[in-house]
Write a protein that binds this ligand. Structure first.
Ligand code: MF3
Ligand code: CO
Ligand code: CO
Length: 244
């Protein structure tokens, strides 16, 4: 899991310099696929997953998650973009996503992106043996709502290992002291989706793209986490994330 997580992190590090106005999400998808296959000698887990055809999910602005990359979707100044990628190495999965600000965005978007990352980190900090899944959800929900945002409830984090999505479901809302008790060795993702407006979602007719119902923007960050004897290890940590 450490190896798969590190490789997934390297995909997001590699793609960062290419995310700028004028590039299409289809081109970003091509670059990630070639990097995973040719450089990392790994498998892009999303290709063929429940019929999905691409390596990354590319979720722009009011898209909450599972955006389909396209050569017709050209990034423009001010966009906010989530790239979500999962690699398989030696049968193990590493699943991670980050937000990119394209050029310069409005302050309200930058703030959404930052607060959503803080929500993820606050959730991660709850992880240790004896803690409960509800502690993670409560930490995320409290921080989001304190900032007048809403937490998407229709999609959640998940156990991960040799199987991409497995038990338990990791909700990004909840009550402290409730839910499954964490044990050393468990691996799961924490991947809050936070909305500027209401929490409600809309699935497009393509069967994948999930948008906010009210058309306002949404952000998401994701890490794959392992429960250690005294806390957590972020398996998909990037070099830019120091001291976490
Ligand atoms: N990586 C997503 C998650 O965090 C799932 C994407 S499934 C896909 O769980 F098929 F849309 F790629
Ligand atoms: Co995930
Ligand atoms: Co993911």
């Amino acid at each position: 899991m450490r190896i798969a997580g590190k490789l997934a992190a390297q995909v997001l590090e590699m793609i960062t310099e290419f995310v700028k106005p004028g590039v299409s999400t289809g081109e970003l998808d091509d670059l990630c696929r070639e990097f995973i296959v040719n450089d990392l000698k790994s498998i892009p887990a999303n290709i063929g997953y429940k019929g999905f055809q691409h390596t990354i999910c590319a979720s722009l602005n009011n898209v909450i998650c599972h955006g389909i990359p396209s050569h017709k979707k050209i990034l423009k100044d001010g966009d906010i973009l989530n790239i979500d990628v999962t690699v398989i190495k030696d049968g193990w999965h590493g699943d991670t996503s980050k937000m990119f600000i394209v050029g310069k965005t409005q302050p309200h978007n930058a703030r959404l992106v930052q607060v959503t990352q803080e929500c993820m980190y606050l959730g991660i900090k709850e992880v240790k043996p004896g803690a409960r899944l509800g502690d993670i959800g409560a930490a995320i929900q409290n921080h989001a709502e304190k900032n007048y945002y809403s937490v998407v409830e229709d999609y959640c984090g998940h156990g991960i290992g040799k199987i991409y999505h497995e038990e338990p479901q990791v909700l990004h809302f909840g009550k402290k002291g409730t839910g499954l008790e964490l044990q050393e060795g468990m691996c799961f993702t924490i991947e809050p989706m936070i909305n500027q407006g209401s929490k409600y979602t809309k699935l497009l007719k393509d069967g994948w793209t999930v948008e906010t119902k009210d058309g306002r923007n949404s952000a998401q960050w994701e890490h794959t986490i392992a429960v250690t004897a005294d806390g957590y290890e972020i398996l998909t940590r990037r070099e830019e994330e120091i001291g976490i």
